[in-house]
Design a binder for this molecule. Structure first.
Ligand code: URA
Ligand code: SF4
Length: 228
């Protein structure tokens, strides 16, 4: 039996009540026609917050229109910004491996991020990932909401704390709740698990392997629900 945690409605909705106060957000760039293609095209010229200025391009979600599984990360990274595709860098490789180990074909999932532009700061010649602010997250959420509305996933997985807090409540703790199904507005089955980048950031080999195993176990639970 799956565990079902009923989250307080207010906590769950909390993040959405904090929309940008200057009135600008992705909502101002929504196309009239709601298809994934139209959304992707409109998002390419989004100016809903300032992140587009330093980024190469919008990294929109990717996958089947009727995918039963949606995976949501935090924000495009350096490699994703250059490729214009989500999870194609080192974190993406680890995600692919964990999915495969859990028996899930990435091609069957719709993969996206909460924030569609890469936020970074220069560190020598490298572009260092910077955490998106609450303001930027809320400005960008309309894209994700539109993606969810169209794909209508049965299983919805938040990868890491940023996605989990934005979508499941500001108090959500991935460390405590990962791997458990919780109730949400987003899909019939919702779960948060570790972000693949968090696995990669672990200091020593043993912790990294432990975290990788945890991620795989959580995704195997996702595979079980998809198979049932
Ligand atoms: N990290 C994310 O959260 N998303 C990506 O697409 C890549 C890295
Ligand atoms: Fe628009 Fe999101 Fe990019 Fe901000 S981060 S400009 S809201 S697509």
């Amino acid at each position: 039996m799956q565990d079902l945690f009923i989250l307080d409605e207010c906590i769950r909705k909390g993040s959405r009540s904090m929309s940008p106060t200057d009135g600008n957000s992705a909502a101002n760039f929504m196309p009239a026609q709601r298809s994934l293609g139209a959304l992707r095209q409109a998002a390419a010229t989004c100016r809903g917050c300032d992140l587009y200025k330093a980024a190469t391009q919008t990294v929109f979600g990717e996958g089947r229109k009727r995918a039963r599984l949606m995976l949501v990360g935090e924000m495009a990274g350096d490699k994703e910004d250059l490729a214009g595709k989500p999870f194609v860098g080192p974190a993406g490789r680890l995600l692919d491996e964990a999915l495969a180990a859990a028996g899930i074909d990435r091609k069957d999932a719709y993969v996206t991020n909460v924030v569609k532009h890469f936020k970074w700061e220069p560190r020598g010649r490298r572009r260092l990932h910077k955490k998106p602010s609450r303001y930027e997250i809320n400005a960008c959420l309309p894209w994700l909401e539109a993606e969810i509305e169209l794909v209508k996933p049965e299983v919805f997985v938040c990868l890491g704390a940023t996605a989990a807090r934005a979508l499941l409540g500001a108090d959500f703790r991935v460390s405590e709740m990962h791997g458990r199904f919780v109730e949400s507005d987003w899909a019939r089955h919702t779960m948060a698990t570790m972000h693949p980048s968090a696995v990669l950031r672990m200091r020593d080999h043993a912790s990294r392997e432990r975290a990788r195993k945890e991620l795989t176990v959580d995704l195997a639970e996702v595979a079980r629900v998809l198979g049932s």
